[in-house]
Design a protein around this ligand. Structure first.
Ligand code: ADP
Ligand code: MG
Length: 726
């Protein structure tokens, strides 16, 4: 009998050669094959020739589908780019036209074969499709995405695995399918070969699948049985099958993660005691007297939310979201000083040394002349410095710790840490949040209140997925006295003109950042700090005071450079993206980004946020011209909007949620089926369900959910730190 665990070699009728190729594709067991989902489904229409289709369409508008070989591709530039292709088969040829869609140019090439699908009419004797869907036969060279676990599969067959009435097996007769599953495949292993292996194992494996969701629960939400979802997703008869299967599979992914997130939230609440830090009027006055400006009403509102949390006997877990430049630091400082005022310690963790140094400088200036002692801890401390500072944190000699990842390492312990702030959280993962929470245990049997901040506004679907266990505050608007930044996207050939114009601004006392992608010269043909600095110094910016800055510099050298820039003695910094996060110099009002098409959209937005911090009208010039569709979209987006939330949505669309979500930083495995850009409603349902479920059964200990819990542990246990809450 074939079960999910049966290795492919044990399956009758499989050649050793095929097994080998499947193995090379990371498909080893029958379960692996069943979990290898199609990437799309294609209609197996009885396709008619172009001529037949044309005769049928006549002068009616109709949705049609034709197959052929691309003969020509033309790109017409006008006010909007138009891409025109001709598709030929033995009978005739048809015109495919995409209006205002320059990006299609990279998607279709002479000689490609494939299917065009869309609205058609006959014009000038030709069949013409306007903005059709183009499905090339080439399977993109995809690699296997990480795969989530299949629900635990008991060895005994279960007949409850399906609740759809059907004729007896074979469940689906492949030869009569209307839809064909197209699998992630390669030149060595074709989609059709995977399809045939699926046909061999699907039914046996599905018969053993135990459904983790009770039948009433499923029916209320219109979800089909899990085994049926596998069956239908692989062997769909029509779009309804695909939709039903997809809904169930996507729901399970979303629901599982939300269960994990909710469980974690519940664990944090029930198991973590914290110090209630009350805000007395006197303390409030004191703190405000240290902050060198009047807080905005928005900052006050957010501080109100934080102070309310910190007054509770359980730990705050709050995410502060605010676009770059919105003034988050002051909010963080306020919460840290509240702890210090009560005689406890506070910590601030930043993702880069440069940013940590800046925070250290800013806080140092605010607290000048006070009793408060700050320890600065980063990877570039000398061992003597580190020893002295680490010891001082443990004994309470220091009230505040500011640093990088180095602060999260084992060995750093606090006497009585009451508040921890993580700046630019999107640069960290879930694990770092857990790490700082562990640091509270010194002489206190409690965990610190935690505030995590992020300047990457993320779409709501992503926020509740990644930060679902946190309460959220949003800081809107920006501090007074800011001017809007003018953004220009400029072709690289125009660089000399750009630099010569900017020279006039630098001569008037403005300061500039010039960002290049590389630290050192390489054969990638990218500008690097040293050479670009020389170019500017010998050429367009001759006689101006320039300096280079990058992450590989020694700390004192970097400090000296940054200080000189802050003081205005350096007029322009040629830097790598070390300056991307957090750097705050208000007199810098000009930014140039070289090879802008090389940077991610969120990155471009962060970079731009380095200017526009003072009252001078700022200018940001992105030099770049992209040859890829994504690159073009990024440049277009950055040129069109400066709203971080809009940028975030576009970024999600361009990169795909898998990339954003499955990124190394998030520390979570990506979804296979669910799509955060389009499954917002399903996510909402899954989140509510997970919430209710955890309320009733916080540890998933009810009978019958062992399989679900097991799956949760395997998939997210480690990433979410379930079960090891400090
Ligand atoms: P971000 O949210 O990107 O971390 P910052 O906290 O660095 O933003 O703040 C951006 C700039 O605005 C800093 O120079 C900061 O000193 C200034 N700022 C913040 N709040 C105010 C305020 N209430 N009034 C005036 N300036 C402020
Ligand atoms: Mg900041």
């Amino acid at each position: 009998m074939i079960t999910a665990k049966t290795t492919l070699g044990e399956i009758p009728g499989m050649t050793a050669r095929l097994v080998e190729r499947l193995n090379a594709f990371e498909l080893r067991t029958a379960g692996d094959v069943v979990r290898h989902f199609p990437m799309r489904h294609e209609r197996k229409l009885a396709e008619r020739s172009i001529l037949e289709t044309q005769n049928e369409v006549a002068d009616e508008q109709a949705v049609i589908r034709i197959r052929g070989t691309v003969a020509t591709v033309r790109v017409r530039r006008g006010r909007a780019t138009m891409v025109e292709a001709t598709l030929e088969d033995d009978s005739s040829s048809a015109r495919l036209v995409w209006f205002n869609a320059g990006w299609m140019r990279d998607k279709i090439h002479p000689g490609d074969t494939g299917v065009a699908e869309g609205r058609a009419k006959v014009r000038n004797g030709f069949l013409e499709l306007g903005n059709p869907r183009w499905i090339p036969d080439r399977v993109p060279g995809e690699t296997m995405a990480q795969r989530a676990e299949l629900p635990s599969v008991p060895s005994a067959p279960q007949n409850s695995s399906s609740d759809i009435a059907r004729v007896n097996p074979p469940l689906l007769d492949v030869t009569h399918d209307q839809l064909r599953a197209i699998y992630p495949a390669s030149e060595q292993l074709l989609s059709s070969e995977i399809e045939s292996v699926v046909a061999k194992v699907l039914e046996s494996v599905c018969a053993t699948i135990e459904d983790p969701l009770p039948i009433e629960f499923r029916q209320e939400r219109g979800l089909i049985a899990l085994a049926d979802a596998y069956r239908l997703y692989h062997q769909a008869r029509d779009e309804d099958d695909v939709a039903a299967a997809r809904k169930r599979l996507a729901f399970d992914e979303l629901f599982l993660l939300q269960l994990g997130v909710m469980m974690r939230r519940a664990q944090l609440r029930s198991r973590t005691r914290a110090l209630p830090l009350k805000l007395e009027p006197k303390i409030n006055e004191h703190i405000r007297s240290r902050i060198p400006f009047v807080l905005t009403p928005e900052q006050d509102r957010v501080i109100g939310e934080i102070v309310a949390d910190m007054g509770q006997p359980f730990a705050m877990n709050r995410l502060l979201q605010g676009d770059v430049g919105s003034g988050k630091t002051a909010v963080a400082v306020y919460s840290m000083l509240l702890a210090v005022a009560h005689g406890f310690q506070a910590a601030l963790v930043a993702p880069t040394e440069l940013l940590a140094e800046q925070h250290y400088a800013v806080l140092g200036a605010m607290l000048k002349g006070s009793q408060v002692r700050i320890a600065f801890i980063t990877g570039s401390n000398t061992s003597a410095e580190r020893r002295e500072r680490v010891a001082g944190l443990a004994t309470g000699k220091f009230d505040i710790a500011i640093g990088t990842h180095a602060l999260l390492e084992g060995g750093v312990a606090f006497r009585n840490l009451a508040v921890a702030v993580i700046d630019e959280q999107h640069r960290f993962g879930v694990k770092q949040r857990a790490a700082i929470r562990q640091k509270g245990q010194g002489e206190l049997p409690v965990v610190p209140h935690t505030l995590v901040m992020t300047a990457t506004p993320i779409p709501r679907t992503l926020a509740i997925t990644l930060y679902g266990d946190l309460d959220t505050s949003v800081l809107r608007g920006s501090p007074p006295g800011r001017t809007r930044i003018i953004t220009r996207v400029v072709a690289p050939e125009k660089a000399p003109e750009v630099y010569s114009y900017l020279r006039t601004r630098l001569e008037r006392g403005e300061q500039a950042y010039v960002v290049v992608p590389a630290v050192e010269e390489s054969d990638l043909g990218l500008k690097d700090v040293a050479n670009h600095l020389r170019y500017l110094q010998d050429g367009p910016w001759k006689g101006l005071k320039l300096a280079g800055l990058h992450g590989a510099m020694a700390r004192d050298e970097r400090d000296a450079t940054m200080n000189a820039f802050r003081a205005g003695t350096v007029q322009a910094l040629v830097a790598t993206i070390v300056i991307e996060v957090g750097v705050d110099v208000s007199n810098a009002s000009v930014m140039v980004v070289e090879h802008a098409d090389r940077f991610g959209l969120a990155q471009l937005h962060q970079l731009r946020g380095r200017v526009g911090r003072g009252s001078t009208q700022s200018l940001c010039v992105f030099l770049g011209q992209s040859t890829t569709e994504d690159g073009k979209q990024r440049l277009e987006a950055i040129g069109n909007t400066d709203d971080g939330f809009v940028i975030a949505e576009i970024d999600l669309r361009i990169r795909g949620p898998g990339e954003v979500f499955g990124s190394r930083q998030s520390g979570l495995p990506p979804f296979q089926i669910a799509n955060l850009a389009t499954d917002g409603e399903l996510l909402r349902v899954a989140r509510e369900d997970a919430h209710a479920w955890i309320e009733k059964d916080p540890e998933l200990s009810a009978p019958g959910v062992a399989a679900l819990k097991h799956k949760l542990w395997i998939t997210y246990g480690k990433a979410l730190g379930l079960g090891d809450v400090g």
